[in-house]
Design a protein around this ligand. Structure first.
Ligand SMILES: [Zn+2]
Length: 503
């Protein structure tokens, strides 16, 4: 029996409103996402866009759709040609190298492969064919080997960015060229300068303009009309606006895309990340420093349409949140190996209540995701569940009972399916992950610049405090506790010994 498909609501940038998802073919869904230009390492803003499309892909499949997902690499472009000249190498060498590097980043944060990964250079015949159709339909013109799209010929130019042509001209940095009939006309095919990579075409040797690649590749793999198109919000104009013009002008069918989805930027300490300002955080550096899971949590836990401000506070928040997840996972897994005692009615009742709330939470988490991929709502419910698990486990006589085993299994199940399967979070082995998270936090300072002590020093101080207490030097014991607290460490005396946590 086919999985029933859940009703999904999406914010369509075209209407600016939330709309119910209806796909062109029942049960099937086509998704295109604009990928990076490969001439260097990607930054965390690029990684966010890729992770967001990975989330869409995972979730839509889980929701029951047969998804065909295409993501491209722009492997011919002015910037790549410039880089190849600077490094005294070829375009192919540069793009081959950086496609590999980008893929390393993608796989290290656990992204799954799209149905088709495409490159421009592998689609030149499709691009040429599409340009020929656009010309034939009267939406483009040729000037000295250059093919330009005529935006005046295309009714509805500006419909995605909700602007008319005059407003767009006033707001855009338009290239003034004698060749152009209208300053907003854009290049579909440009003639090659000497020394540049070039392909044969009916208009002479040259290469495609940037925008045509996505129109050609989506039509090649997904058809003239597609369900979802995703990209970073900076691509809405002119890139996506131009994609609409090209695709609809070539096929004569409208709309090219049923739902446009755009994710917001990542800012660094309240400033837009920009190469020219020099404030760019490379994905590779970030993943190396904080690990895959922290990167994934930080970039996926806010709603995809909200700006992420990457700063010390958001990082700390991600570290604390993941710590809570793994602490609960460690406890739940420990229960599996623990000696289970006899059942008692009080414990059974508490655990039954917890298992019921797991079932309910599974539904509410799924409902959040169906509501425009509301990850923050989904995670908030999950953290309430973790709190309930900890509380139930701490109730008198509830530990190591048959009910506790059931409760742990229910929590692990949600962790693996919803949180792990869709968000890709919480899938690691908990003890080593907790150690790693603690190490990262020990190397970070708290608010006023104080650096937290590491595990080894904390253990020594806990021992010194225990010795002081044994020899009745209570003032000294208290001083050690206060000293630790001022450096961001809270200690707790339990029946089994003293434990600690970062505040
Ligand atoms: Zn694109």
């Amino acid at each position: 029996m086919a999985t029933p498909i859940r009703e999904i609501v999406l914010t369509n940038s075209m209407s600016g409103k939330k709309e119910k998802l209806h796909t062109l073919k029942p049960g099937k869904l086509t998704l295109y996402s604009c990928g990076p230009t490969v001439y260097g390492f990607i930054h965390i803003g690029n990684l966010r866009a890729a992770l967001v499309s990975d989330l869409f892909f995972r979730y839509l499949k889980k929701a029951g759709y047969a998804v065909t997902y295409v993501r491209n690499y722009t492997d011919v472009d002015d910037k790549i040609i410039k880089r190849a000249h600077e490094e005294n190498t070829t375009l192919e060498e540069i793009t081959k190298k950086y496609i590999l590097e980008v893929e390393k980043d993608y796989s290290s944060v656990g992204m799954i492969d799209p149905t088709h990964k495409t490159t421009v250079t592998a689609h030149i015949p499709h691009i040429v064919q599409m340009i020929e159709k656009i010309l034939k339909n009267g939406h483009a013109y040729v000037v000295e080997g250059e093919v330009l799209f005529s935006i005046q010929s295309f009714k509805g130019y500006g419909k995605l960015s909700h602007k008319n042509i005059d407003e767009l001209m006033a707001g855009a940095r338009v290239e003034v060229s004698e060749k152009k009939k209208n300053p907003l006309d854009f290049t579909l095919w440009k003639p090659a300068k000497s020394g540049e990579p070039a392909w044969d075409s009916p208009w002479g040797k040259g290469r495609p303009g940037w925008h045509i690649e996505c129109s050609a590749m989506s039509s090649r793999w997904l058809g003239d009309q597609i369900d979802l198109h995703h990209g970073g919000e900076d691509l809405a104009f002119p890139h996506h606006e131009n994609e609409i013009a090209q695709s609809e002008a070539a096929s004569g069918k409208s709309p090219f895309v049923s739902y446009w989805l755009h994710n917001a930027f990542v800012n660094l300490s309240n400033e837009k990340m920009s190469k020219s300002l020099g404030n760019v955080m490379l994905a590779r550096d970030f993943i190396t420093k904080y690990g895959a899971e922290v990167s994934r949590y930080l970039l996926l836990s806010p709603h995809y349409r909200s700006i992420i401000d990457f700063n010390e506070e958001t990082l700390e928040h991600a570290l604390v949140a993941l710590h809570r997840v793994y602490e609960a996972k460690a406890k739940a897994l420990d229960l599996r190996g623990a000696k289970i005692g006899a059942s008692n009615p009080n414990a059974e009742a508490l655990w039954n209540l917890f298992v019921t709330s797991c079932e309910k939470t599974r539904d509410t988490m799924a409902a959040h995701l169906a509501n425009d991929f509301n990850v923050p709502g989904c995670l908030a419910d999950f953290f309430v569940l973790i709190r309930d698990f900890n509380r139930t486990l701490a109730s008198r006589g509830a530990e190591n009972t048959p009910g506790a085993l059931k409760g742990a299994a229910a929590l692990i199940c949600i962790m693996e399916d919803e949180v792990g399967g869709i968000l890709g979070i919480g899938k690691s082995e908990p003890k080593s992950m907790l150690k790693e998270l603690t190490r990262i936090r020990s190397e970070r300072s708290i608010g006023d610049g104080t650096v937290r002590p590491a595990d080894e020093e904390i253990q020594q101080l806990i021992q010194a405090r225990a010795n002081a207490r044994q020899s009745k030097q209570f003032e000294e014991a208290d001083r050690i506790r206060k000293d630790l607290e001022s450096r961001g460490v809270r200690i707790k005396d339990n029946a089994g010994g003293t434990t600690w946590e970062y505040i």
